[in-house]
Design a protein around this ligand. Structure first.
Ligand code: PMP
Length: 399
């Protein structure tokens, strides 16, 4: 019956980790997946996570199902983080929030909601974007189209192209925006540009859908990293937001996240939430407990919250430092090329501009594993490996 099923292509990001694991090279380096590593390139469990887990364990809580919309303490915490505690939209009860399966699952519930309640609307995604966006919307039969985003010449934002493409989108279309630390480019709009994007969404009746996967991870400051979605809400726009705690709390495998919809009024929010629950019930019934308890514990406890912020600054700071070191090494080895983009880009990644053939050289000759779009995760780099990586890049760029 299933003998005719074709082989699916490997995932462009997680497939890199599989290839890395299979490599026997002693100098191999995994810069593919966006997961934080410490200076020894080991995965990190945050100290606040361990403390929160201790408290949860001591409370001897049960393993009953959560409600479909998730853990109350987590739902409150996640909206507070997004909009800032005490925000008028929260007081007015017009935020519909459902805990879901990290960023991916939250995006997927959002896609299912759009498929059902915005029939025929296309979602505009940046070119390039995180590779899974196309699958998530495509698998819900939501049509997706690209808007221009990255300018390879300036290694910056193609703001003019972006605005032209969004102006041409039919009213009612959805615009997927990265809340901060755009993946894969590390290039974000300026505050002025965000204002212009909000103007355009208002004028053209476009629905902004923010993917917030790196709050606190970009600058080390939770509030600064929430600038864009907060601006849109304060300007009176309705927005959808997916949130992920994979990176900022290091809860990758626990699948902690939420879909928030900031709506016109409380009555709309109540009805929208009922439909989000209806969708989630059939997709996975209810979300997992453990990670949500951890996130709620950390955000709702003043001491743990402050410690979390310090740990986040530590992670963002280590990435900043290796960015600087990599840039200086490349400037030394290949001074004719402008490498300043490496420290201009923010977040976990650098978009190097390496072509697929150059990436193949990085992997096949130097055992540096990375995605074929030329993205490297700086979270997988340490000081000891900077020279090695810089040599590999120079060799690949020169040949
Ligand atoms: N959106 C973006 C832009 C991402 O980079 C990621 C993680 N790589 C996600 C969403 C979702 O990740 P998760 O499902 O682990 O929260």
């Amino acid at each position: 019956r299933f003998t005719e099923v074709a082989q699916a292509p490997p995932d462009p990001i997680l497939g890199v980790s599989e290839a890395f694991r299979a490599s026997t090279s002693p100098s191999k380096l995994n810069l593919g997946v966006g997961a934080y590593r410490d200076e020894d390139l080991k995965p990190v469990v945050l100290s606040v996570v361990k403390k929160a887990e201790g408290k949860i364990f001591n409370r001897n809580e049960n393993k009953e199902y959560l409600s479909i919309e998730g853990l109350e303490g987590f739902r409150k915490a996640t909206v507070d983080l997004l909009l800032g505690a005490g925000h008028p939209a929260i007081k007015e009860g017009r935020v519909a929030v459902i805990q879901s399966l990290s960023g991916t699952g939250s995006l997927r519930v959002g896609a299912a909601f759009l498929a059902r309640f915005q029939k025929g609307a296309a979602v505009y995604i940046s070119n390039p974007t995180w590779g899974n966006h196309r699958n998530i919307f495509g698998d819900e039969n939501v049509e997706w189209k690209y808007y221009r985003y990255f300018d390879a010449d300036t290694v910056g934002l193609d703001f003019k192209g972006m605005m032209e493409d969004l102006k041409a989108a039919p009213p009612g279309s959805v615009v997927l925006l990265h809340g901060c630390a755009h993946n894969p480019t590390g290039v974000d709009p300026t505050p002025e540009q965000w204002n212009a994007i909000a103007d355009l969404c208002q004028e053209r009746n476009l629905l902004p859908f923010f993917d917030v996967a790196y709050q606190g991870f970009a600058t080390g400051d939770l509030d600064k990293d929430a600038f864009a979605p907060r601006l849109f809400v304060d300007r009176g726009l309705e927005i959808m937001v997916s949130q992920s705690y994979s990176k900022n709390l290091g809860l990758y495998g626990e699948r902690v996240g939420a879909l928030c919809m900031v709506l016109k009024d409380k009555e709309t929010a109540t009805r929208v939430l009922s439909q989000l629950k209806r969708l989630a019930r059939a997709l996975y019934s209810n979300p997992p407990t453990h990670g949500a308890r951890i996130a709620a514990e950390v955000v709702n406890d003043k001491e743990l919250f402050d410690e979390w912020k310090a740990e986040m600054r530590g992670m963002a700071g280590r990435i900043e430092r290796v960015r600087g070191e990599l840039q200086r090494a490349l400037e030394r080895k290949y001074p004719d090329k402008d490498w300043s983009f490496i420290t201009r880009q923010i977040g976990m990644f650098s978009f190097t501009g390496l072509t697929p053939a150059q990436v193949d050289n990085m992997t096949n000759k130097h055992s540096v594993y990375m995605t074929r779009d030329g993205r490297i995760s700086l979270a997988g780099l340490n000081s000891a490996k900077v020279e090695y990586l810089a040599d590999a890049i120079v060799d690949s760029v020169r040949n």
